[in-house]
Design a protein around this ligand. Structure first.
Ligand code: FPP
Length: 259
């Protein structure tokens, strides 16, 4: 039995996380450990993206969000930013059949207007083509920052209050959520960050409120299907209490009389 098969056996397909989000970290270190330029780490990381998307679809995860480029990543050296944009462009072109053929809807969150025109157009085309697909949502976070998104949502809400179309007392969690870039997606159930770093790095700050956090030392270019399956199995072993006690979560065993 292969490693992936054994990991698959440990998964309960009826208790899958509705939304898995991944901070794909460690591409640079993976390359440095091998004496390669950083871009080689990103290239190999793009292969992990392909494999993990396929695996997530195969096991039935409804939503997968990948942190592909942060708002802060624009400050990286120009050649690295260009190489990442090129990889993204290639990914969107090359995976078109894979995405459409597997009934996947492509979505994107972040300041997409900052992306190069070519990338934006390619993304827009595939997002439109796949807009009615229903088996999985693949959401790419691009030029994304959680605080920036919250600030943008707050501005929009404030504008409606100023116009008089919304009263302050109508502002609740559901309303705030509906103004975020991720509106319509379920909250994140499982966050995975690779490479041993234990930070959120401004990713989906609101959406992660009750997520299970899983940090692995595996570098993103080495993170493949068995790692995703192992992460889901770990998620399923956790007790999610949402502020309650363990006893409250477990219904008392029915007594012998059955009353
Ligand atoms: C973090 O590793 C990774 C990124 C900033 C980019 C992620 C991009 C990819 C996985 C490839 C392209 C994406 C798609 C969707 C095709 P790092 O560079 O910060 O690594 P380090 O911390 O080891 O330096």
């Amino acid at each position: 039995m292969s490693e992936s098969d054994s990991a698959a056996l440990a998964i309960d397909v009826h208790a899958l996380p509705r939304h898995v989000a991944i901070i794909m970290d460690g591409n640079g270190r993976w390359a440095r450990q091998r004496g390669l330029p950083r871009i080689e780490g990103h290239r190999k990381g793009a292969e992990s993206v392909r494999e993990v998307v396929r695996a997530a679809r195969a096991i039935g995860i409804p939503v997968l969000t990948l942190f592909a480029f942060s708002e802060q990543n624009w400050d990286r050296p120009r050649d690295e930013v260009d190489a990442l944009m090129e990889l993204l462009y290639r990914y969107v072109l090359d995976e078109r059949e894979e995405i459409l053929g597997n009934d996947i809807r492509l979505a994107a969150v972040g300041e997409l207007e900052r992306l190069p025109l070519l990338v934006r157009e390619a993304l827009g085309v595939l997002m439109k083509l796949s807009s009615a697909r229903q088996s999985m949502v693949l959401c790419l976070a691009l030029s994304y920052g959680g605080r920036e998104d919250l600030a943008r949502a707050t501005r929009s809400i404030a504008e409606r209050v100023r116009q008089g179309t919304l009263q302050p007392e109508q502002i609740d969690e559901a309303l705030v959520g509906s103004y975020l870039a991720t509106a319509g997606l379920p909250p994140v159930d499982l966050l995975i960050r690779t490479s041993g770093e234990m930070r959120l790095s401004n990713f989906l700050l609101w959406e992660l409120a009750y997520a299970e956090l899983l940090f692995t030392s595996t570098m993103w270019p080495d993170f493949r299907k068995p790692d995703l399956l192992a992460a889901v199995a770990e998620f399923q072993s956790r007790e999610r209490r949402y502020g309650r006690t363990s006893a409250q979560l477990r219904p008392p065993a029915a007594d012998a009389g059955g009353s």
